[in-house]
Structures are given as structure tokens and as C-alpha cells.
Design a protein around this ligand. Structure first.
Ligand code: C2E
Ligand code: CA
Ligand code: CA
Length: 646
């Protein structure tokens, strides 16, 4: 039954019940009222007759003569002795006398002016007695109840009752319809809100929260763990570039098409959800783990052909990470986590898809522990900064140093910055780490400026630091506090970090440029090498990546790249640092190419502040040899001696 009908039925029932109760009460009141009326009437009849008698006393004969002995309006009278209760007069009709006798038997002892109703042979008889003044007699009047007065009363209220019933029914229909509409509207709104909270507005697919619920339900349905439940996370490539270059509408259109293609590639019992951003989740129930490869190829294949957006044809790729229930996890959160780990592994290793393996977890748990230890180390001041000098090839003097972070773990020993910076970036600890590095390096820079004169301090920034809106203010405060010359602070940012989010980078770099600090492009040549941005961004220097410099003396290609890069940088008014200078030949070639600065193990390995201070104290132009320094960086980053989580 529809809600409207249900409401109408209950409203009508309720109003009918009210009407019935109302009628019953009315009927009862009418009855009581008419009984009272009848009894009053009986008394009145008595008094009318008594008033006709002599008030000083009448004889029984006089009384008998006066009372009607025939039926008068159904009333009949007798005289009773007030002391004995005996009947002193008779009616003409034997039937009437019989009724009167029975009435008196029912009443019992009669005294004074009383009245009542007696029931005789299924008939009600009203009776009323009144004393006859000046005598010891009572006049009893009895008459049969006809029900006329009740029906008269009901006739009177009948119309009102009918109208009331009509209004009540009409009101019931009206109220039920209004309520049903209101309820329907509320129910629609509720289901719309519920739908929105569970679905991605763009693709209309279940959102991340719903994906968890779907997995949970599938797990409950497969409680005996006989069937496998597969979760496959699909990470779409290049969406960010499409958004940046062709606009968000284009990116949105691609996402909608991806959701459709993934759905089409699956069985009807499988589900696709939008996991967030450029990630989708595919949930496959009752699946065999032996066909995972086939499923992955099918999913990847579905995205192979070009996407047509307006008049453009675009291609995108994807990486998949897969985990199973019950093999890899026994709850939705863990299953999602394992699939994410597998996805990371796939991305790190450049594979199209990776199925979760227990050893992935090991590395992850270790990384998690390391992240906690790193957080602790920053808090306890257990990190160290080493500084690697940069040689000015025109003067042979140390022009600056690069601050490089070092962490000696209490258990694992030396951990390469490549390892812990990566963990810091993934976990967000990089913010605190960079704050500490900046504070330590700028303080050190101020000390060296005081003692040894002008020296540039280079500090590395990560991609994530470019999202830190407080970074500019922080640096400004440190510069002010330690009174360093802003141009002597150089911030190194890799090409990749800059290009990851050029809009943000542009804003932050503008802010930093306004402070007067220098900006250097680190690892130049390894990223996009899209030179266009060099003109747009407030960059002062480029650092040629060590991979080109290390082999330049033997590899003509590397040498050519360096030559071209130096030329280009000079054309744009930028200075050049070559990092990874490991031998004198390379240093000589760089000098010949008019590269301004050189940095590398051949000149000096990164070393603690005290050792750099000793070096700076040397007033002669120098060509620093490794042997001049106590070699603090003896464990080469990336060597087998450095701890690395699995
Ligand atoms: P990077 O910024 O490119 O730093 C230069 C790296 O090259 C340093 O490695 C340095 O020790 C190494 N190096 C210097 N000269 C030579 C050489 O002649 N040959 C070779 N093969 N290598 C040389 P390190 O200290 O292990 O740092 C690795 C990376 O970790 C750095 O690369 C930088 O990206 C990151 N890093 C280090 N400290 C910090 C920091 O405080 N903040 C951030 N965000 N990143 C840091
Ligand atoms: Ca650097
Ligand atoms: Ca570098």
C-alpha cells in the first residue's frame, strides 16, 4: 500500500473513532438528559394533580376521583399510603395495575418525593412520587419509556453530527495528502543527501567511504572465506598535466570516460568506485586469484585506446595495485592499505601492476618505524647538518656551502638522506625537517659571515615545502633574527618539484624572490628540462646534475650537455654550479667552459661545521683535497653500509 493510502486510511480511522466516541458520548448525554426530563415531567404531572386538591387535606375518595383512571399519555397514577407503602387506589385496567404492582415491588419502601426507572418485561418505566399535602398519601406516577425524547435529541444533533463527520473525513483526506506529500519530499531529500554522501558527484560512482562499506558487505557475505575478494586500485597517469594544460573540464570528462570504461571491462557483479583524485577502486567478488593477471590486463586494456574530448584525442595510462581477501587482509581498512602499498610498489618499480606481497609490508612497517624515529630525532635535535663547499672557479675561493642533512640512527647507524628525505616527504615530516635545517643553516651562515666574510648558504627544499604557505615568513624571520644578507641564502629546488605544481611554485618563488634570497634549480637536466619556465620564474642559478658532471671527462654527450647548459644559463643571466665534480679533469673542463662554481668530492666532501670552519680559516686560495678534512661522509650515500628499509 502506498504511503498516501496508508496515511489516508489511518487518518480516516482516527477521525471515525473520534466521531464514534463523540457520538457515544452525545448519545449517553442525550439519554441522561432525556431521563431527567421525563422524571421531571412525572413530578410535574403529580404536582399538577395535587395542586387541584384541597391543600388542607383531601380524602382518599376525593383524590381517587381526581386522578385519571385511564391511560393519559402513557401515564397512570395510584395513591400509596406513605406509612405502610400499601396501594390504596386501583387503575381501571388490570394490566396497568399489574405493572404498578411490579413497579412498587421493585422500588421497595417509598417515602417522600423520589423518582427512578423500573425495568419490567424488557420495558423501562419512569416513576415519580410526590406527597399529597395535608394527608399521609403519596401520589405515584408511572409511564413507559418510549425513547422518543432521545431520538428527538438525536434528531436535533444529527445534522451537526453529519456535518462534523463530513468535515472530519474531508480534513483527514486533506491532512493525509499534505502529510504524504511532505513526507515524500523529505524522503526524496534524504535519499538525495544519502546518495550524495556515498557517491562521487563527478562520476556518480561510490566514493571512498562507500568503497569501504561495499568491501565490508562483501566480506560479511563471504564469511566462510571460501571465495576471494579482490581489490584493485587504479591510478590514472597524466591527469594533472591534462588539468593544467587543457583545463579541469577536460580532466573531468576523462575521469567520466575512465569510470565507464572500467565498468564496461568488468562483470556485472563487480563494482567500480572513485577512490579520490585520479584513483579508482575495482572490487571483484567471487574471483580466482589465478586470473588476476588477466583482469589487470583487461582493465589496462580498457584504457589503452584514445579518449575523445571535444575534437582532441588523448591517451592516458594507469598503474594498478592489487590485494586479496582473505589472503592479505581480514578487514576493509587493511585490504585498502595493502592495495595502496602494492600500488606504490608498482609506481616505484615502473610496473603496470603489482600484487601485494608480504615482504612489501615489511618494508612499509620499517618505513613507519623510521618515520617515527625521524620525528623523534628532529624533536631531540639528533639530526646534523654537514656542509659541502662550492668552489668559485674564477677565484679558487670557497664561495658558499650546501647544507646537507645527516641522520645517524641509534640502531641502524647511518641512513642516507635519499632514504629519510623520501620518508619525510611521504609522511609530511619534511615540514619540520626543513624548518630545522633552515634554522640551523641560517644561524651557521650568520656565524661564518661574521668570522670569514661573505659566504652563500644553500639549503634544499622539497616539493612539499612549496605548499607550505608559512615558509616565506619563516625564512624572513630567520634572516631578520640572524641578520644575514638575504642574497647569501640560496634555496635549491629541483626542476621536478617546481613542475609538480607550477602555480604554487610561482607564488612561493615570487614571495621568496621579494625577500631577496637566491633561487637555484637543483639536479638540472634530470627533470622536464623545459626551458620555458626558466624565463618565467625568478631563478638565479642552475645546478647541473651530478650524473652529467661525474662522467663528463669520458662521455662526450655529457660534456656537450654541460656546454649547452652553461651557454643557455649565461644567455638567461643565470650563474651555473656543477655538482659531482670527482676529478681535476672535470674541474678544468668546467673552468674552461666558464662555469662559475664547482661542487664535488674532488673539492671537498660534505663535512660538519667545525671542519668547514677550519677550512674557511685558511686564507690562501685553495684547491682542497679530501685528505685535508677528516672524512665525516665516509659512508657514501647509497652504499651497502647505509641502512635502507626493504
Ligand atoms: P642533492 O641536493 O643533489 O645533494 C647533493 C648530493 O650529492 C649529496 O648527497 C652529496 O653528498 C652528493 N655529492 C656531492 N658531491 C658529490 C660527488 O662528487 N659525487 C657524488 N657521487 N656525489 C656527490 P646526499 O648528502 O646524500 O644528499 C642526497 C640528497 O638528499 C640531496 O641531493 C638532496 O636532494 C637530499 N637532501 C639532503 N639534505 C637535505 C635537506 O636538508 N633537505 C632536503 N629537502 N633534501 C636534502
Ligand atoms: Ca641540492
Ligand atoms: Ca643536486
Amino acid at each position: 500500500m502506498s504511503l498516501r493510502l496508508k496515511l489516508i486510511a489511518s487518518f480516516v480511522t482516527a477521525s471515525l473513532a473520534i466521531v464514534l466516541i463523540f457520538s457515544a458520548i452525545s448519545y449517553n448525554s442525550a439519554k441522561n438528559y432525556s431521563h431527567q426530563n421525563e422524571l421531571d415531567h412525572a413530578h410535574k404531572n403529580n404536582i399538577r394533580l395535587i395542586d387541584m386538591l384541597d391543600t388542607k387535606g383531601a380524602t382518599l375518595e376525593q383524590i381517587e376521583r381526581m386522578i385519571p383512571h385511564h391511560k393519559e399519555n402513557d401515564s397512570f397514577y395510584i395513591v400509596i399510603d406513605a406509612k405502610t407503602g400499601n396501594i390504596l387506589s386501583q387503575q381501571e385496567s388490570g394490566e396497568q395495575n399489574k405493572i404498578l404492582n411490579q413497579v412498587i415491588r421493585q422500588i421497595g419502601m417509598i417515602s417522600g418525593e423520589i423518582q427512578g426507572i423500573a425495568s419490567i418485561q424488557n420495558q423501562n418505566y419512569f416513576w415519580a412520587t410526590n406527597s399529597i399535602p395535608g394527608t399521609s398519601y403519596l401520589l405515584l406516577n408511572t409511564f413507559r419509556q418510549t425513547g422518543e425524547s432521545v431520538s428527538r435529541f438525536l434528531n436535533f444533533i444529527g445534522l451537526a453530527l453529519g456535518i462534523t463527520i463530513f468535515i472530519a473525513l474531508w480534513f483527514s483526506f486533506w491532512a493525509a495528502t499534505i502529510l504524504a506529500n511532505l513526507y515524500q519530499r523529505l524522503a526524496n531529500q534524504k535519499s538525495e543527501i544519502e546518495h550524495k554522501s556515498r557517491h562521487d558527484p563527478l562520476t556518480q560512482l561510490p566514493n571512498r567511504q562507500s568503497i569501504g562499506n561495499i568491501i565490508q558487505e562483501a566480506m560479511i557475505a563471504n564469511d566462510d572465506k571460501k571465495e576471494n575478494l579482490l581489490l584493485c586500485l587504479v591510478d590514472i597517469h597524466g591527469l594533472k598535466e591534462i588539468n593544467d594544460s587543457l583545463g579541469h573540464e577536460c580532466g573531468d570528462a576523462i575521469l567520466r570516460q575512465v569510470s565507464k570504461r572500467l565498468d564496461d571491462a568488468l562483470r556485472s557483479s563487480d563494482r567500480v568506485g572513485r577512490f579520490g583524485g585520479d584513483k579508482f577502486a575495482v572490487i571483484l567478488t567471487h574471483s580466482k586469484t589465478t586470473i588476476v593477471d588477466e583482469i589487470c590486463h583487461r582493465l589496462l586494456g580498457s584504457l589503452d585506446s584514445s579518449f575523445h574530448i571535444e575534437d582532441r584525442s588523448l591517451f592516458i595510462g594507469a598503474t594498478l595495485g592489487i590485494a586479496y581477501y582473505p589472503d592479505h587482509a581480514d578487514n576493509p581498512q587493511t585490504l585498502i592499505q595493502k592495495a595502496e602499498i602494492a600500488l606504490h610498489k608498482a609506481k616505484d618499480s615502473g610496473k603496470d601492476f603489482v600484487i601485494f606481497e608480504a615482504q612489501h609490508d615489511k618494508g612499509n612497517v620499517e618505513k613507519l618505524h623510521l618515520a617515527n624515529d625521524l620525528r623523534e630525532a628532529i624533536r631531540n635535535g639528533d639530526l646534523e647538518l654537514h656542509y659541502q663547499p662550492q668552489l668559485d672557479l674564477r677565484t679558487g675561493k670557497i664561495a658558499g656551502v650546501e647544507a646537507l642533512c645527516r641522520w645517524t640512527h641509534p640502531v641502524h647507524g647511518f641512513i642516507s638522506p635519499d632514504t629519510f628525505i623520501d620518508i619525510a616527504e611521504r609522511t609530511g615530516i619534511i615540514k619540520q625537517l626543513t624548518e630545522w635545517v633552515l634554522a640551523t643553516a641560517i644561524k651557521q651562515c650568520a656565524e661564518w659571515q661574521k668570522s670569514y666574510g661573505s659566504l652563500t648558504m644553500s639549503v634544499n627544499l622539497s616539493a612539499r615545502n612549496l605548499h607550505d604557505e608559512t615558509l616565506g615568513k619563516q625564512i624572513a624571520r630567520l634572516i631578520r633574527h640572524w641578520q644575514v644578507i638575504p642574497e647569501k641564502i640560496c634555496l635549491e629546488i629541483t626542476e621536478t618539484a617546481m613542475m609538480a605544481d607550477p602555480e604554487h611554485a610561482m607564488v612561493l618563488l615570487g614571495e621568496l624572490d621579494n625577500l631577496g634570497v637566491k633561487i637555484s634549480i637543483d639536479d638540472f637536466g634530470t627533470g622536464y628540462s623545459s626551458l620555458g619556465y626558466l624565463k618565467k620564474l625568478p631563478v638565479d642559478e642552475i645546478k647541473i646534475d651530478r650524473s652529467f658532471v661525474m662522467n663528463m671527462k669520458d662521455d662526450e654527450n655529457d660534456a656537450s650537455i654541460i656546454r649547452a647548459t652553461v651557454g643557455l644559463a649565461h644567455d638567461l643571466g643565470l650563474s651555473v654550479v656543477a655538482e659531482g665534480v670527482e676529478n681535476q679533469e672535470s674541474q678544468d673542463i668546467l673552468q674552461m667552459l666558464n662555469c662559475e662554481y664547482a661542487q664535488g668530492y674532488h673539492i671537498c666532501k660534505p663535512a660538519p661545521a667545525e671542519e668547514i670552519s677550519r677550512l674557511l680559516g685558511n686564507t690562501h686560495p685553495i684547491n682542497i683535497k679530501d685528505s685535508q678534512l677528516k672524512n665525516m661522509d665516509s659512508i657514501k650515500p647509497g652504499s651497502s653500509q647505509a641502512y635502507k628499509p626493504a
